[in-house]
Design a protein around this ligand. Structure first.
Ligand SMILES: Cc1cc2nc3c(=O)[nH]c(=O)nc-3n(C[C@H](O)[C@H](O)[C@H](O)COP(=O)(O)O)c2cc1C
Length: 244
């Protein structure tokens, strides 16, 4: 295995951080690495907002479901899908800007996620750790207000970064043959899934000292059985996104 593969395969979300700030040159490297991610049609349809103001951070931590690491992390970024700049480019060249397409919304969201993954991997390569915070979509309207996001810019997720103060260890993913298909899609092999379920159950039992005992399918079915952030549809439409 080369160093890049070792890095990719050792990913683990970090939720406890040392107090040491991240050196500025590390931040620069992380942002530059994020910017080098592939981007649909070279649109670069994202923005990254760094939040230093602890009053703002506290509010974001609370609205994200009281996720304490949003405030304890030395650095917190909000990754935003950004079509605003593209509308400005159209204005500059006096061409009509077609807003509201689901396709543009997908492009901007994917661009944002690719940049963010580059960012977290770059951070990990520098000895840092981090975690994505989808919890900010509990109240994307308020996050947009706090960050003064214009129309056609929406907060996709946050990211806590800092020097790790724990090592929870990599979480075993689904068996390769369940997610990798050759030529055509196939349903997952039941015995592979059952064995994976038990390994994840044991992982949770060990990691939570018995508090959480769910298998993988129990855990995800619990999540999928509930309504999820129903406000997102109208929020995006109000932002002139995902309308048609
Ligand atoms: C888009 C996205 C949003 C996430 N949101 C949260 C979050 O709000 N809080 C949290 O603790 N972890 C969050 N996570 C982290 C996942 O729970 C984590 O990646 C997953 O359980 C796998 O664990 P690992 O990253 O340690 O391998 C998020 C991950 C992604 C990709």
């Amino acid at each position: 295995m080369n160093d890049t593969l070792k890095l990719l395969k050792s990913h683990q979300s970090i939720r406890k951080f040392k107090a040491d700030p991240i050196p500025k040159n590390f931040i620069d490297e992380i942002i530059e690495a994020a910017q080098m991610a592939s981007t649909s049609s070279f649109l670069q349809a994202y923005s990254i907002v760094s939040i230093g103001d602890m009053v703002v951070r506290n509010e974001i931590a609370q609205l994200s479901g009281d996720q304490k690491y949003v405030t304890s992390a030395p650095t917190f970024f909000v990754f935003c899908a950004d079509l605003h700049r593209l509308s400005m480019a159209c204005k500059k060249h006096d061409v009509p800007y077609e807003s509201g397409y689901t396709e543009s919304f997908i492009i901007a969201t994917v661009d944002t996620a690719l940049a963010a993954e580059n960012a977290i991997l770059a951070a990990e390569s520098l000895g840092l750790g981090g975690v994505f915070i989808g919890g900010i979509r509990n109240n994307p309207k308020r996050v947009s207000e706090l960050l003064r996001l214009p129309e056609e810019v929406y907060p996709v997720f946050g990211m806590c970064l800092g020097f790790p103060d724990h090592a929870p260890g990599p979480k075993e993913r689904l068996p390769r043959d369940v997610i990798f298909h050759e030529e055509v899609y196939k349903e997952a092999d039941e015995s592979l899934m059952n064995a994976y379920d038990e390994r994840i159950r044991n992982y949770y039992i060990e990691r939570t000292h018995g508090k959480k005992r769910a298998s993988w399918t129990e855990s995800v079915s619990e999540k999928m059985a509930h309504e999820t952030r129903q406000h997102m549809k109208s929020f995006l439409e109000d932002k002139a996104l995902n309308q048609k």
